[in-house]
Design a protein around this ligand. Structure first.
Ligand SMILES: C[S@@+](CC[C@H](N)C(=O)[O-])C[C@H]1O[C@@H](n2cnc3c(N)ncnc32)[C@H](O)[C@@H]1O
Length: 333
């Protein structure tokens, strides 16, 4: 999934640095990814540590992590369910089609009419199976995560869900095919939460805490509101042109709040090693972070030059590359 601030391309570097600091054998360590997003960092460590704790404020992220992180035992016949979901006859009375597709008269176009109907049809069937206890938590989250990933591929947006495109773009015109969101199978038990990081930190402890908070004012909750609507599948009155729902406002996206929240998090963390990903374009400067972290133990820093792409406003093409510096701030508490 193309996610703001995704560490997909950096996860092996993060893994290397963590091992340089903590040691190569992580098999007895508890690793916490407290701003987990797509879960890619936790997934990188899942095979090597005793336990991953993953958390995010956003519900779609909770769903992705319940699947990619918490699911760890083989689920029999999961492809059979995917096949069945792909073959259902489409309904046109669901929430997504009614509120986010042109054909229903909503004046919004986040998905083609067929794909909006297909998302509703699949989502309703998953709920029906879950409510009837035909499927358990593991299959429920596997199927929901598969739906989020597959729907995101055919979204008619430039990149995030802050706005939709006037015309259906090529990738959005393709029919949504539900693809399985495979997770890593292993023997260990992992835990996933859907909380504010600063509340959760008071309830957990472990060895390695990985922090990847938002670094600017763009709130994830409004930029990915449609994904929350698909995973929650509740009823509300969508607001304005973009059909926004009530959304979370993170303190990490607020200039006046971020330093206090960050310091509180570090202070309350019962973890020996803390790693913070942040870049040189963030609300907190490199020096701000260093000053705060140094108050709580031994501090060091790793830097990586990294190519980022700025999406053109109207189309996914014409990406412009520019260099950013990605920091990994390290604290031994
Ligand atoms: C930079 S992204 C993390 C990206 C992730 N490492 C990945 O590779 O996909 C920041 C994440 O922090 C979450 N977030 C923002 N404020 C939060 C808070 N107060 N508590 C927990 N999660 C929060 C956002 O929803 C978002 O998913």
């Amino acid at each position: 999934m193309n996610y703001i601030g995704s560490k997909f391309k950096l996860s092996s570097w993060i893994n290397e640095v963590v091992k340089e600091v903590v040691g190569d054998d992580l098999s007895q360590k508890v690793f916490c990814d407290i701003f987990a997003g797509t879960g890619i960092v936790g997934r990188t460590f899942k095979k090597e540590v005793k336990q991953v704790i993953a958390n995010d404020l956003e519900h779609y992220s909770y769903v992705l992590n319940k699947n990619y992180i918490e699911n760890h035992e083989k689920i029999e016949d999961k492809e059979k369910y995917i096949e069945e979901l792909n073959d259902l006859s489409l309904i046109d009375t669901g929430f997504i089609y009614q509120n986010y597709c042109m054909g229903s008269g909503s004046n919004r176009q986040y998905f083609s009419d067929t794909n909006g109907k297909k998302i509703d049809t699949i989502r309703i069937k998953i709920k029906e199976w879950y409510d009837n206890k035909e499927i358990g938590d593991d299959l429920y989250y596997f199927l929901l995560a598969s739906l989020i990933e597959s729907a995101d591929k055919v979204a008619n947006t430039a990149s995030v869900y802050g706005a939709f495109l006037k015309h259906i773009k090529r990738s959005a015109a393709k029919e949504l095919i539900l693809e399985p969101a495979y997770f890593i199978e292993n023997d260990n038990i992992h835990q996933v939460f859907n909380m504010d990081s600063n509340d959760l930190i008071k309830q957990i402890s472990g060895d390695i805490l990985y922090l990847d908070p938002p670094y600017n004012q763009r709130q994830y909750s409004s930029n990915y509101h449609i994904l929350n609507t698909i995973t929650k599948y509740d009823s509300f009155i969508p607001k304005g042109k973009t059909g926004l729902r009530e959304y979370n406002r993170s303190n990490y996206c607020r200039n006046g709040e971020v330093k206090n929240s960050f310091e509180e998090l570090i202070k309350n963390a019962d973890f020996k090693y803390i790693f913070l990903s942040y870049n040189n374009e963030g609300l907190m400067s490199k020096d701000d972070v260093e000053t705060i972290m140094k108050r709580y133990g031994k501090y060091s820093l790793k830097t990586k030059e990294y190519q980022r792409f700025k999406a053109d406003k109207t189309e996914n093409r014409n990406h412009k590359a520019h260099s950013t510096y990605e920091y990994l701030h390290i604290l031994e508490k």
